[in-house]
Design a protein around this ligand. Structure first.
Ligand SMILES: *[C@@H]1O[C@H](CO)[C@@H](O)[C@H](O)[C@H]1NC(C)=O
Ligand SMILES: *[C@@H]1O[C@H](CO)[C@@H](O)[C@H](O)[C@H]1NC(C)=O
Ligand SMILES: *[C@@H]1O[C@H](CO)[C@@H](O)[C@H](O)[C@H]1NC(C)=O
Ligand SMILES: *[C@@H]1O[C@H](CO)[C@@H](O)[C@H](O)[C@H]1NC(C)=O
Ligand SMILES: *[C@@H]1O[C@H](CO)[C@@H](O)[C@H](O)[C@H]1NC(C)=O
Length: 360
């Protein structure tokens, strides 16, 4: 029996010699010894697989590996297409498209690659002006505030359907160019369903290779003055009975700038906080898209910054022009009726710098 404890072979032999009762114990001893490791192995293997899947899914989420995988897939597909230009680097392929519009033929431009973009902005932040500048480029077509129409943004299905049509070059607007459009996009306000459906929209942007151009305003107090003045004109229709959100002459700008709003403290602080948060949330939500961030004030003081946007869209550089004339050009104290109060409201708050800031 001592030997049986040491070596199994011998134990089996010994068990046979010793009769049934010992045989039974031997069987009892060896059977679980065989079964147990097998079950354990399966359990460990299963556990390893589970942990593996878990870590993989985590890395997918965190490192955008999923996006990477999708891109590889996309690049392979793109390589097989007839328009593919071998000189285009792999990194550009997800952003280069060859749409085939349903409404017309791109003819000799069928193989002119098209970039998709979206100007993400807020009301009264200079996006109208920047859009006209971009549209003065022969290869850029920015189709305005498509999502100002509620039906088009009532749910994510409606949004993607609208975007699909736009990016397939089937959207008809005054910005529609010829068949050689090389960059197509729209102007999209953060409060037009963009933030509400940001997850799905980011997914769409990454899946379809849409580049985002953020256009924000540094001085939110100036923006608020512009909002109030625009609302006033909307009601008063100061230019010969028509409301104009943007003007094309100095004369018109002067008339609109004559109105000096009186600003209520509570609404002012609420509004500044709200718009500040909206802008910073948008930057966080869209940080994993291909994007560029522009500030209106910077573009006003340095138009050359728009050349960076042309670069970003990979269209040839050229001089851009717009007929838009800036409305509020003076110091803020000349545009606010209760300036002394506003000055007091904001002193010591994080918005104090807006008081002084630039003239823009
Ligand atoms: C820009 O448009 C012009 C005129 O339609 C066309 O000849 C040219 O090929 C286009 N350029 C690019 C880069 O798409
Ligand atoms: C989405 O919105 C459109 C337009 O408002 C509507 O026709 C459609 O039924 C909606 N779809 C869903 C799934 O809610
Ligand atoms: C209003 O209309 C008149 C006549 O059409 C024109 O001369 C004038 O410039 C207009 N004023 C503005 C502010 O547009
Ligand atoms: C204007 O913008 C361009 C492009 O971003 C930059 O290279 C240049 O230094 C800027 N000029 C000034 C005066 O800030
Ligand atoms: C603006 O800044 C200057 C100096 O930086 C300061 O003397 C002045 O009081 C400031 N004005 C306001 C309205 O904050």
């Amino acid at each position: 029996m001592e030997e049986a404890g040491r070596e199994r072979d011998r134990a089996a032999v010994a068990a046979e010699d010793l009769g049934v009762s010992t045989k039974d114990t031997a069987v009892v001893n060896t059977k679980p010894a065989k079964r147990y490791p097998l079950a354990l192995w399966i359990a460990i293997l299963g556990l390893i697989m589970l942990v593996g899947v878990y870590i993989f899914s985590l890395s997918l989420k965190q490192n955008g590996m999923l996006f990477g995988l999708m891109q590889t897939n996309l690049i392979e597909k793109e390589r097989e297409k007839p328009c593919h230009d071998p000189s285009i680097p792999d990194t550009e392929i997800p952003y280069l498209h060859y749409p085939m519009p349903n409404t017309y033929d791109r003819k000799e431009c069928a193989c002119t690659g098209v970039r998709f973009f979206a100007i993400l902005s807020m009301q009264r932040s200079g996006s109208g002006w920047v859009e006209t500048l971009l549209n003065s480029h022969p290869n850029i077509s920015s189709n305005g505030e498509i999502f100002s129409v509620k039906d088009r943004r009532s749910n994510i299905t409606a949004i993607t359907k609208t975007l699909d049509k736009l990016y397939n070059l089937d959207w008809y607007s005054s910005a529609a160019k010829n068949e050689c459009t090389a960059a197509v996009g729209l102007k999209w306000m953060l409060n037009q369903g963009l933030m509400k459906h940001h997850q799905e929209i980011v997914e769409y942007f990454n899946r379809r290779g849409v580049s985002a151009i953020f256009l924000l305003r540094r001085n939110l107090l100036r923006r608020y003055v512009s909002i109030l003045a625009n609302a006033h004109d909307s009601a008063m229709k100061q230019l010969n009975g028509t409301h104009k959100a943007h003007v094309h002459s100095k004369h018109e700008a002067e008339i609109l700038a004559q109105y000096k709003p009186t600003i209520d403290k509570k609404t002012l602080i609420t509004e500044l906080k709200r718009s500040d948060k909206l802008a910073s949330d948008a930057l966080v939500n869209f940080k994993n898209t291909r994007h560029v961030v522009l500030y209106y004030e910077d573009v006003v003081s340095n138009r050359t910054m728009l050349m960076d946007v042309l670069d970003f869209l990979r269209v040839p550089k050229r001089k851009l022009s717009s007929r838009h004339v800036k409305i509020h050009t003076k110091r803020l104290c000349d545009h606010i009726d209760n300036w002394a109060d506003v000055n007091n409201f904001l002193k010591g708050t994080r918005f104090e710098s807006f008081l002084n800031g630039s003239r823009r």
